[in-house]
Design a protein around this ligand. Structure first.
Ligand SMILES: *Cc1c(COP(=O)(O)O)cnc(C)c1O
Length: 430
């Protein structure tokens, strides 16, 4: 498999773009080697600039739950293109998108659109602080909420891959207000609230963590968190930028049956275009400008093209059986992969939440903590990743990212993936 052109473009990119990439995990630092440059995507497939084809399990890092160039999304975009790119003013479609989200996630009574997940979490935290008049924010080890200054503390995703959970450039005063607790650890929650409950504005959590690989919350711990927030007047924020419309039509909150006070969204809600959103209880959301005093704004917020792609995507995922089929196919793929790992005597386990999954090179059956994720065999993952790539399967280039299936992944793609996995498990022994 030749990657000459990718290599040439990467060398050229490194001259004009820091590290050659516009987001750190893309750089392959977590797996070694050089990033690919892609020319096109279609359905479940990606084609790189050298003409190599890969079954794609990154899906643009989550948004492409329908695969690349789904006809409904392309058609919606073409319809909007006829009418212009944006007006910086109100449109009908943004109201429809807000109504759709409020219907699918009933804990959301009002919604504000932004242009990225980072903006969504940043705004939700400002709102929580403004609403409660308190400063302390709680986050969890290994959870990533975008590159918000005060949340880049023990963060996941690229911050883990690069080994820099704490970034220079974040004033100490910011991070001091961020308390970091271990994930899935009820005693740590109890201890925090006993000591700092009255100062805690909010707790932000990925209810299904997807940035330290895929690690679902334990239902009891999440339930206890809801109760503790209520008892102390702290707001509970579910960061569902990744899990929203990905693990179920109603997000992780519907899986656990727990209503957060605020929810942040991104990725799938934009159908591949830049959209984020935050929303929740009406009495809280009414504190946002212009209705209330907490300032938040965006030039491109509610951009008509992005809203069109998002609405078209949300429409398709609501069709009867969409998630059941996707989750069953994801489960089938993972079951077969575990079988292949076992046959090759490679310690290997998996996690799944709907159409989102985690692959762990670990002998432990149930991965529930950040420590367990970190104890996985990174060298095995690296070998596996490169062998999969050689055999036409594109996984996220880091052991700390979740994988995603799309509705375009059919039997042929799954079959190819399993043939590649068999070779990749064998390569680990070499
Ligand atoms: C991706 C992600 C973000 C950040 O979204 P961006 O659009 O990259 O800013 C925030 N939270 C979670 C859970 C994410 O997965």
């Amino acid at each position: 498999m030749s990657r000459t052109k990718s290599a040439q473009w990467y060398a050229r990119a490194c001259e004009s773009i820091p590290g050659g990439v516009n987001s750190p995990v893309r750089a392959f630092r977590g797996v070694g080697g050089e990033p690919l440059f892609f020319a096109s995507g279609d359905g479940a497939w990606l084609t790189d600039v050298d003409g190599n084809r890969y079954v794609d399990y990154v899906g643009a890092w989550g948004p492409l739950i329908l695969g690349h160039r789904h006809p409904a999304v392309i058609e919606a975009l073409e319809r909007q293109l006829e009418k212009g790119l944006g007006y910086g003013a109100s449109t009908e479609a943004e109201v429809e998108l807000a109504e759709t989200v409020c219907r699918l996630l009933p804990s959301i009574e009002q919604l504000r659109l932004v242009t990225s997940g980072t903006e969504a979490t940043m705004s939700a935290i400002r709102l929580a602080r403004g609403f409660t008049g308190r400063d302390v924010v709680v986050k969890f080890e290994g959870c990533y909420h975008g590159h918000v200054d005060g949340l880049l503390v023990k963060a996941g995703s690229g911050a883990l891959t690069l080994g820099t959970p704490d970034s220079p450039g974040v004033p100490g005063g910011y991070s001091e207000l961020t308390h970091v607790l271990p994930y899935n650890d009820t005693p740590a929650l109890e201890a925090h609230f006993a000591a700092h409950g009255e100062q805690t504005a909010c707790v932000i959590i990925e209810p299904v963590a997807g940035n330290m690989n895929c690690v679902p919350s334990q239902a009891e711990t999440l339930g206890r968190l809801r109760t503790l927030c209520d008892e102390h007047g702290s707001l509970l924020i579910f960061d569902e930028v990744m899990s929203g419309f990905r693990v179920a039509p109603g997000g992780a909150q519907s899986m656990y049956g727990i209503d957060p006070d605020l929810t942040t969204l991104g990725k799938v809600i934009g159908g591949g275009l830049p959209v984020g959103a935050f929303g929740g209880r009406r009495d809280i959301m009414s504190h946002i400008a212009p209705q209330g005093p907490v300032y938040q704004a965006g030039t491109l917020a509610g951009n008509p093209l992005a809203v069109a792609a998002g609405l078209a995507t949300l429409e398709v995922i609501q069709t009867e059986g969409f998630f059941d089929t996707l989750a069953a196919r994801t489960g089938g793929l993972l079951g077969e992969m575990r079988r292949l790992g076992k046959a090759a005597s490679v310690p290997f386990s998996t996690n799944q939440a709907g159409a989102m999954f985690g692959l762990f090179f670990s002998g432990e059956d149930s991965i529930r903590s950040f420590g367990q994720v970190m104890a996985g065999n990174i060298e095995h993952f690296r070998k596996f990743f490169h062998a999969m790539l050689e055999n036409g399967v594109y996984l996220a280039p880091s052991a700390f990212e979740a994988g995603f299936l799309s509705a375009a992944h059919g039997d042929a793609e799954i079959e190819l993936t399993l043939r590649a996995a068999e070779k990749a498990f064998a390569a680990i022994g070499d």
